[in-house]
Design a protein around this ligand. Structure first.
Ligand SMILES: *Cc1c(COP(=O)(O)O)cnc(C)c1O
Length: 225
């Protein structure tokens, strides 16, 4: 496992996906998802040039943050229990898993600054996936306007782990359609210009379909200590 080599390969693939889609690579943030791996591996990623780390558990983020601190931007990408918000709120740059009002309320209450949040959407309709149903997204975001410490920076989805490229593409495309609808509302609390979508299995398609934040774990930092 050579993280620097992996990063180079991923950057090349991203550059090519951007060219196919007529986009600039500067629009894309690569989030290295370090939930499966050690602090040392996370440090290797930073040495290789990674500027964003993603964790899906509060304990995992706390542990790595203690060692690494503000050298990178931290992204919380997993299910977040309201009672644990206070344990990560001062560490996170962005939260990718806003999916209910009680969580929004807690983020607003615990933060002393505006926190960019992605609203998570269950586009694929899989039972196991968290997130709002597509038709609930706009009404939900509308209810967040009084939480001044929340800025809806964009939408996030997790695609199922499948090979069917066209199915994956249609999921990403649907998220983008909803994102554009929210953006068109021009709500000041919800600029909603970003799309957090694409993981190891599907980041190139996600970028072709408009992803601005890709969350890559196994293909970048590996899957085990
Ligand atoms: C684990 C995880 C990822 C990264 O998964 P890989 O397939 O290893 O790239 C991305 N996003 C979320 C929300 C995750 O939980």
């Amino acid at each position: 496992m050579n993280v620097a080599e992996n990063l180079e390969t991923i950057q090349t693939n991203i550059r090519q996906a951007c060219e196919r889609a007529g986009r600039s690579i500067n629009e894309i943030s690569i989030i290295a998802v370090t939930k499966y791996v050690s602090i040392d591996r996370a440090k290797q990623a930073i040495e290789a040039g990674v500027e964003h780390l993603g964790e899906n558990r509060v304990e995992g983020m706390n542990e790595k943050y203690d060692e690494i601190g503000q050298d990178v931007q931290w992204h919380f990408i997993g299910t977040l229990q309201s009672r644990k918000v206070k344990e990560v709120i001062d560490q996170v740059s962005m939260i990718h898993s806003l999916d209910r009002k009680s969580l929004a309320k807690e983020i607003h209450k615990r933060s002393d600054r505006k926190v960019p949040c992605f609203v998570q959407v269950n586009v694929s309709g899989e039972e196991s996936k968290h997130g709002l149903e597509p038709e609930d997204v706009i009404p939900f975001i509308e209810t967040l306007r009084n939480y001044e410490n929340i800025e809806v920076t964009g939408l996030m989805t997790m695609a199922p782990y499948i090979e069917d490229q066209e199915k994956l593409r249609s999921i990403f495309r649907e998220l983008r359609t909803i994102q554009e609808e929210v953006e068109a509302k021009e709500w000041s609390h919800a600029p909603c210009k970003h799309l957090s979508m694409g993981m190891s299995n599907d980041y190139e398609i996600a970028i072709e379909e408009g992803a601005t934040h890709v969350r890559i774990g196994s293909k970048l930092v590996g899957k085990e200590f």
